[in-house]
Design a protein around this ligand. Sequence first.
Ligand code: AGV
Ligand code: CA
Length: 324
Amino acid sequence: MLNQTVFFDHDGGVDDLLSLLLLLTMPDTNLAGVVVTPADCYPSYAAEASRKFIDLMGKTDTPVAVSTVRGVNAFPDIWRAQPQIINALPQLLAIDEPTTPLSSSNGVDFTVEVLNNANQPVIYLMTGPCTTLVEALKKDSSIAKKIKEIVWMAGAIHVPGNVRTYTHNGSAEWNVYWDAPSTDWLLEQDLPLTLVPLDVTNHVPVGIPFLKQLAHQSQYEVAQLASVCWATTINSIPGYDYLYHMWDVLATVVVGKRDIFTTQQMALKVATDPPNEGETIEKLQTDGAVTVVVSVQRELFYDYLLNQFRQNFALAPLQGNPPV
Ligand code: AGV
Ligand code: CA
């Protein structure tokens, strides 16, 4: 038994929401709270989808909050709207008003409160930019002692990045590029950080063979919802640059099943100016090193997902009243 507590800071992409669903399937993992960072999403859409996922999985005592932090470089609008597609799925539409509470606190204050109230140090899983965490640490540095480990999907160390804009040279990963100065600050702190960069997530694209295997177990409600969520990402497949990967889902599996990964210690710095703003660069010296996930046993990763998703909802789906 893992018997661990996780705090989840995500930014509302479809794979962030799939990561939430996956976390909620882990029986020995207690979710202390969820904060939505308004980066790769419009946060009200992402908070609604998050609360409804939590409802479906029956963990309605898990509070959700919205952060109002701002990054430096905005995500494309078309990506930010994606969680609204998830809200339009029948499983979510059938819930009129989610039971899972939306905190009245701002996401930064919420993060400070939840961490301070945690009775044991938590794993801080982060699948968007680090701005909410950095603001929370700046507001109350004592929360650091409540963080056992930060597991963060971010960076591109020895591979190209995924930012494609006019003045950028393509070396940065989006979660870092959104707020490179905060990333720089975070790396300067002496915190237990485990990074899941594009170097390893490039090995787990969303592919039809996996979706087919998942479809073959769609008698399970959770598997079916996951299938449909991934299907909404297929429109990003035709262009090479827009291939959708299991970025955040891979980082979430680091929390659930650590023994299928290998890691290395690396000291990193971040560029904060054009043309490579947000590039994560390995330093020669080893002081201040962080843990970087460098490989995954791919078959075991996909098997783990298939296994976790063989579950039904705790809440009966389609319980909404028919329209009159
Ligand atoms: O750079 C990967 C991060 C992950 O946290 N996000 C998506 C994941 O949630 C940004 C991103 C890169 N390419 C994308 C992204 C795409 N084609 N669509 C949406 N978001
Ligand atoms: Ca994300």
